[in-house]
Design a protein around this ligand. Structure first.
Ligand code: HEC
Length: 255
């Protein structure tokens, strides 16, 4: 009978501290490039989503704006809080804003809102050339457009690219890390599973945020989770390849 190999002996390759120099060069190059790539993706998130609320730095509002949209963001509402504020009573403005946030439905326009607009706005909008004509639904519809965030086709596209791409990137990061030694078994398993768990949470949260803005916290949790887990694996792997220490696999253990 063959000797039953211990769990460590059954790893798919040698411990990182004893790895073949060519493989060490390959793994090092890969991990460093992926590490830089992850930093770049963080910079990119700051510059795109991070600026969604007009301020630098990623906040929950940014994520909500990116996926749920800024539903107070129509030009009509902005103007009603701004230079057109004095054109209607507080009550009438509230009516118009409520209608805009509901998506400016045609039936409410016909039944009710047209009257409010006619009473307050059409003595100019419909008369003065060069400003939008609010005597017609089509004229007001264009300024009543709200930003509903990412569309379903966009989400589907970004999701599948993200899932495939990131799963692939992390596969090798994790695979290299499995050759690290001296890490408690449960921590190894958790570290390797973490990027996949957080990736799923991240992508799920984009869809959820489209309907429930508070799900934006899950996006932050997801991003934070794979930043920490990949940072840990990349750092540990590089460290063990280049600064090998006494590791349990080189000192015969009791088991
Ligand atoms: C006394 C005339 C007058 C009245 C009344 C008036 N507006 Fe205006 N509105 C203007 C002028 C002039 C502009 C263009 C200058 C500007 O953007 O401030 C304008 C611009 C706007 C814009 C921006 C349009 C664009 O394409 O950028 C919106 C939206 C708007 N008005 C909404 C309203 C609403 C809603 C009411 C009624 C509650 C109203 N206005 C009543 C004169 C008026």
């Amino acid at each position: 009978m063959d000797e039953m190999p211990s769990a460590t002996a059954r790893r798919w390759g040698p411990p990182l501290s004893q790895i073949d120099p060519a493989l060490r060069a390959l793994f090092t190059g890969y991990l460093i490039v992926i590490g830089i790539g992850l930093l770049m993706s963080f910079v990119q998130i700051l510059l795109t989503h991070g600026m969604a609320d007009g301020r630098f730095g990623l906040s929950v509002t940014d994520i909500v704006y990116s996926y749920y949209g800024n539903r107070e963001g129509s030009r009509l509402e902005a103007k009603l809080q701004g230079s057109m504020k004095l054109m209607a009573s507080t009550h009438d403005r509230a009516e118009i804003i409520k209608w805009v946030r509901a998506g400016s439905p045609r039936d409410e326009w016909d039944s009710h809102i047209r009257t409010v607009i006619t009473a307050n706005c059409t003595r100019c909008h419909g008369v003065i050339p060069g400003i939008p004509d609010y005597t017609r639904y089509d004229g007001i519809k264009s300024v009543a457009q709200i930003d509903e965030g990412a569309t379903v086709p966009t989400l589907a596209r970004v999701s599948h690219i993200h899932l495939f791409g990131i799963a692939f990137i992390f596969f090798f990061v994790c695979l290299i890390f499995t050759l690290a030694t001296g890490i408690p078994s449960q921590l190894r398993v958790a570290a390797v599973a973490a990027p996949y768990v957080f990736l799923t949470i991240d992508v799920f949260s984009w869809w959820a945020t489209k309907w429930v803005p508070t799900a934006a916290y899950l996006t932050i949790l997801g991003g934070f989770g794979y930043a920490v887990s990949s940072g840990f694996m990349i750092f540990t792997s590089l460290y063990q390849m280049w600064w090998p220490m006494r590791s349990p696999s080189t000192t015969p253990g009791p088991g």
